[in-house]
Design a protein around this ligand. Sequence first.
Ligand SMILES: C[C@H](O)[C@H](O)[C@H]1CNC2=NC(N)=NC(=O)C2=N1
Length: 99
Amino acid sequence: MADLLPESERDAALAPLLESGWTVADGRDALTRSYQFRNFIDAFGFMTRAAIWAEKWKHHPEWSNVYNRVDVTLTTHDAGGLTELDVKLAKKMNQLADD
Ligand SMILES: C[C@H](O)[C@H](O)[C@H]1CNC2=NC(N)=NC(=O)C2=N1
């Protein structure tokens, strides 16, 4: 199980994500981001590609989809907050959304 991000590393780890549109959730140690695509097929294609990485890393998003939008929340349930796995998956999702 991954450990919570240590205080000393947390700001540096989160900074690039906060610049790219992720925010720290209200009242919860979690990252959230909403992705918008051209249409449902692009949104669902993103979810399919992200799901393969999530399964490979055994780290799964909380997410929902409405038409061309995908709302994502990342947190590590086992640790009760943000870990490097959330940072890794958030970065991967940004890459996949830009493809
Ligand atoms: C055994 C299995 O790897 C764990 O239950 C994993 C599965 N996916 C997970 N995903 C997330 N987001 N947090 C977890 O703590 C978590 N735990």
